[in-house]
Write a new protein. Structure first.
Length: 256
């Protein structure tokens, strides 16, 4: 088997995906509550606590500002937990992957199934936060439903990153570095809790590259129903700015 060969997707991932779904159904309630507990507590505590001190942030109530970030943060954490701890248990501890490879399956089929399953669980967490936002009347804008495709893409991104980290892990303790040194700083640098305008220029330049930043800046206009061409194209604009700054920094570069 060539370790560097390109993936060969096939529909054989579906039985593996269905297997994960059937196992999850036994613990569905506890799993969903566990995935949304932290973002929900943060949303309620910070939203209603700090919201009384910070009346407006970027022209909207703070709890609404925070709600958009919480949707993306919940999705990120759910996808990361599933692609790290749960997938690692199936791969190393329970040896489920070894058993599956005795069937007419390829490793690509198992990895794709794990990736899509992590994204699915993250979407469930994101939908739960969206539902809470709607029930608490934080936002009932018609554009809120358009945030769900962004949530799904966010789950796919962090599910893929989590599986890459999983491949490097020798044990559960390795994941602590990823959560502490990558995910936690990302939450504070991506505009979840406060506008990124408050960040120093160099830190903001770093945050422009973070996947959570792009997700938050796409979801927030949908949550507040301020969808303009500039808001929807903010990711593209930042990318163009990064390219321009890098060209300016290159030795011997000059403006055209």
């Amino acid at each position: 088997m060539n370790l560097y060969a390109a993936p060969r997707p096939s529909m054989r991932f579906l039985p593996v995906y269905r297997r994960n779904l059937l196992v999850w159904r036994k613990l569905a309630v506890a799993s969903v509550i566990g995935n949304i507990a932290d973002p929900l507590i943060i949303l309620v505590a910070f939203g209603y606590g700090l919201g009384r001190l910070l009346q407006q942030v970027d022209g909207v109530p703070y709890i609404l500002f925070l709600a958009a970030g919480s949707m993306c943060m919940s999705t990120m954490m759910a996808a990361s937990f599933e692609s790290l701890y749960s997938a690692f248990s199936r791969m190393h501890v329970q040896r489920t992957w070894d058993s599956l490879l005795n069937a007419p399956l390829e490793l690509d089929d198992i990895v794709i199934a794990e990736w899509l399953w992590a994204a699915t669980k993250s979407v469930l967490s994101g939908v739960a936060i969206v539902t809470v936002v709607w029930l608490l009347d934080i936002s009932r804008e018609p554009t809120l439903v358009l945030a769900l495709p962004v949530v799904a893409l966010t789950g796919l991104v962090f599910g893929a990153i989590g599986l890459c980290v999983n491949a490097l892990a020798r044990g559960y303790d390795f994941f602590t570095y990823y959560f502490t040194l990558v995910l936690t700083p990302m939450m504070f640098l991506s505009g979840v809790f406060f506008p990124r305008d408050q960040l120093p220029p160099i830190v903001r330049a770093i945050s422009d590259w973070l996947p959570l930043t792009n997700a938050v800046e796409l979801v927030r206009p949908l949550a507040v129903c301020v969808v303009t061409p500039s808001s929807l194209l903010s990711v593209k604009r930042r990318r163009d700015e990064r390219r321009a700054s890098h060209t300016h920094l290159l030795p011997g570069s000059r403006a055209l």
